[in-house]
Design a protein around this ligand. Structure first.
Ligand SMILES: Nc1ncnc2c1ncn2[C@@H]1O[C@H](COP(=O)(O)OP(=O)(O)OP(=O)(O)O)[C@@H](O)[C@H]1O
Ligand SMILES: [Mg+2]
Length: 305
């Protein structure tokens, strides 16, 4: 497996507090990696370290298969958007990008126009200052700025935070386009889990500085698949009936409902069997477990994002 980014027990300590603890994460080349965690989980801390903006207090990481000094040279292939993009509010999107190009010594003709197109800002009034952009437009300009210099990996800290649904869709489409048309690898953090579920190829769950789990979209799909939920006035008797008609692995939940993971197309037959046994059937329906549910189940407690 070719990892474009890998961390090895990456740790950051602020005084007594370990904001990142022995983090081992793996970003595949040409894929979108979603780093998921609540406020204060350690997302920004990790992203700052792997962008070269802060120094780990423990562990290390490798970029493009290189570690140590070799890795440091690779940082020029990493584009970063952490927290708010530093925009010049009076300048247009074009001029904001042009300034960064000049700073990096990029003089290619049509380069800025191409970046604007890549993030869907090509039709914005050329005189409009970035200060009057919508939040979504500003985030996309921030992504364009991270793309100056043709990075192979971009690190985006919460680029969809605070966006309206339309803005979220636009950023999501932009990211998919960068991956599919440019082969750019992307690491994106968020606490809006279900939005990330529509764009990421794999996920890392960070909680109180620790990477709790890492899994692919495919694994997530398996873990969070559809299931049948049955609520009756007699859970024990219902489980007996289910077993009798050949439905195995039916599980009683803590609230007395029953979860079934097979025969999902047989709700009619199953409800008939339950009713014919004289049990009061309150509900039977198909449910699906979202990434949000999965994550909450794992970290416990309320989602505070
Ligand atoms: N410079 C710093 N000095 C001391 N503590 C810090 C510093 N930066 C971050 N922390 C602490 O480290 C922990 C992780 O913070 P971090 O900003 O990485 O979380 P986050 O997941 O990005 O949260 P958010 O969703 O709010 O952006 C927090 O408890 C934070 O208070
Ligand atoms: Mg943060």
């Amino acid at each position: 497996m070719a990892y474009i980014l890998e961390t090895h027990d990456l740790t950051k300590r602020y005084g007594q507090k370990e904001a990142a603890k022995n983090v081992n994460l793996h970003v595949e080349e040409g894929k979108i990696y979603g780093l998921i965690g609540r406020n204060g989980a350690g997302k920004t801390t990790i992203m700052r370290m792997i962008s070269g903006l802060s120094t780990p207090t423990g562990g290390s990481y490798s970029l493009f298969g290189k570690s140590g000094m070799g890795m440091k040279r690779m940082l020029k292939y990493v584009g970063v958007l952490i927290e708010h993009p530093g925009l010049y509010p009076r300048l247009s999107a074009y001029d904001n990008l042009k300034i960064k190009c000049v700073a990096l010594g990029i003089r290619k003709k049509g380069y800025v126009e191409e970046l604007l197109q890549l993030v869907g800002l090509e039709n914005v009034d050329k005189k409009k200052g970035a200060g009057s952009f919508s939040l979504g437009m500003r985030q996309r300009l921030g992504i364009a700025l991270a793309l100056v210099g043709d990075p192979k990996l971009i690190i985006l800290d919460e680029p969809i935070n605070g966006l309206d649904p339309q803005g979220i869709v636009e950023v999501r489409e932009t990211l998919a386009r960068l991956r599919d048309e440019r082969g750019i690898s992307i690491m994106i953090s968020s606490h809006i889990l279900d939005e990330l579920a529509k764009v990421a190829d794999s996920y890392g769950i960070i909680h109180e500085g620790t990477l709790l789990d890492e899994f692919s979209a495919e694994e997530l799909h398996k873990r969070s698949g559809r299931y049948m939920l049955i609520r009756t006035d007699n859970t024990a008797e219902t489980l007996r009936v289910l077993e009798m008609i050949g439905v195995r692995n039916a599980q009683a939940q803590h609230d007395g409902s029953i979860r079934v993971d097979q025969y999902l197309d047989q709700t009619a037959a199953i409800s008939r069997a339950i009713v014919q046994s004289g049990i009061g059937l309150n509900e039977i329906f198909l449910n699906s477990l979202s990434l949000e549910d999965y994550y909450l189940g794992m970290t416990g407690g309320e989602h505070n994002g």
